[in-house]
Design a protein around this ligand. Structure first.
Ligand SMILES: [Zn+2]
Length: 331
């Protein structure tokens, strides 16, 4: 909160611009989005909507005016150079990336990188986070017993968002041998049939190929979007190699870049990095804040979350003074 107030004071006083003229920062600011649109009435995970189309358009206008928006392949060349270098990235592969974000990016002459969880493109279905949110918002059950994974039974009517948040936090922290059974129990307790297929949620390969041909970079984000560090190494390898194979088959291009699902410090490990290197990945992106510098490790390239509450002065402050406004989250 303090940071955001400081960002606004800086922006309103014009000091930020002056500071920027005197000392353009080095390094690369990497922004990460998920969905563009209005998710306020959605039965799915509303935290996934990063901006509405108007806000995203205004953000891209600011980047086009004030920065050099680059591709991951340019990163080594610009590192250490002064200037405001920015990378725009999207995770998961939602359809609004193609329908809403891509036309806005093109209108501003900008490029972006889209990290795709290929299993959802191949077989469009609810991902675990959206299924959890949908079950809590839709169930007729008044009391959900998820013990031992959650200490107390949940009462969805007392607050959907709090219940969804509690389940998602528990799910991400559990090893896969536990998170699967927890989701299975939630299915029983909520009593809704999982839809085998969802329409209008994910891009298809035609959309992805069109964006690749239009100058966008397509990267990998696993097949089924597990928290990789929670999997045994052979399953990590399978998730990464299947994703790489599908991207190569469908786009004709290698998977050179990768974003870790969830992306926290604990969401990947040394085995994950070894699997990525074996699959030919040159750089992988995390998601716990920070500003990429010349010495940032290539398999832990930091990204800043773009969320609905990030307003233009906040973005400006991140651009002008990344050392102040792009600190990594505490471990
Ligand atoms: Zn993701």
């Amino acid at each position: 909160m303090k940071k955001r107030i400081a960002a606004r004071v800086l922006a309103q006083s014009g000091m930020g611009r002056l500071f920027a003229t005197l000392a353009p920062p080095g390094g690369i600011l990497i922004l990460n989005y998920h969905r563009i649109g209005d998710g306020s009435g959605s039965c799915y995970d509303r935290e996934l909507w990063s901006a509405d189309p108007e806000a995203f358009d205004a953000q891209m206008a600011m980047l086009a005016r004030d920065c050099d928006v680059i591709s991951p392949g340019d990163m080594d060349a610009v590192r250490g150079r002064r200037g405001r270098h920015v990378l725009v990235t999207f995770d998961d592969g939602y359809l609004d990336n193609y329908e809403v974000a891509y036309p806005i990016l093109r209108a501003h002459g900008l490029t972006a990188t889209f990290f795709i969880a290929t299993g959802f493109i191949d077989r469009p279905r609810l991902p675990w986070w959206d299924e959890i949110a949908w079950r809590i918002r839709t169930t007729a059950a008044t009391r959900l017993d998820l013990r031992p994974w959650l200490p107390e039974p949940l009462e969805p009517a007392r607050g959907h968002d709090a219940a969804i948040g509690a389940i998602l936090r528990a799910y991400k922290a559990l090893p896969v041998a536990e998170s699967g059974p927890m989701l299975e129990r939630l299915r029983q307790e909520t009593g809704l049939e999982t839809p085998a297929r969802v329409e209008g949620m994910w891009m298809d390969w035609n959309h992805i190929r069109e964006m690749a041909d239009g100058g966008m970079t397509i990267g990998g984000h696993t097949r089924d979007h597990p928290v990789l560090s929670r999997l045994p190494v052979e399953r990590q390898r399978e998730e990464i190699e299947t994703c790489a194979a599908r991207i190569r088959e469908e786009t004709g291009r290698p998977m050179e870049y990768f974003a870790y699902p969830v992306g926290s410090q604990w969401a990947f490990d040394a085995q994950t990095v070894a699997c990525l290197q074996a699959a030919g990945v040159k750089r992988a992106f995390s998601y716990y804040g920070g500003h990429a510098r010349a010495d940032s490790p290539p398999y832990d390239t930091p990204r800043m979350a773009m969320e609905r509450y990030v307003e233009l002065p906040d973005l400006a402050a991140m651009l002008w003074a990344p050392r102040l406004f792009c600190r990594p989250d505490p471990a």
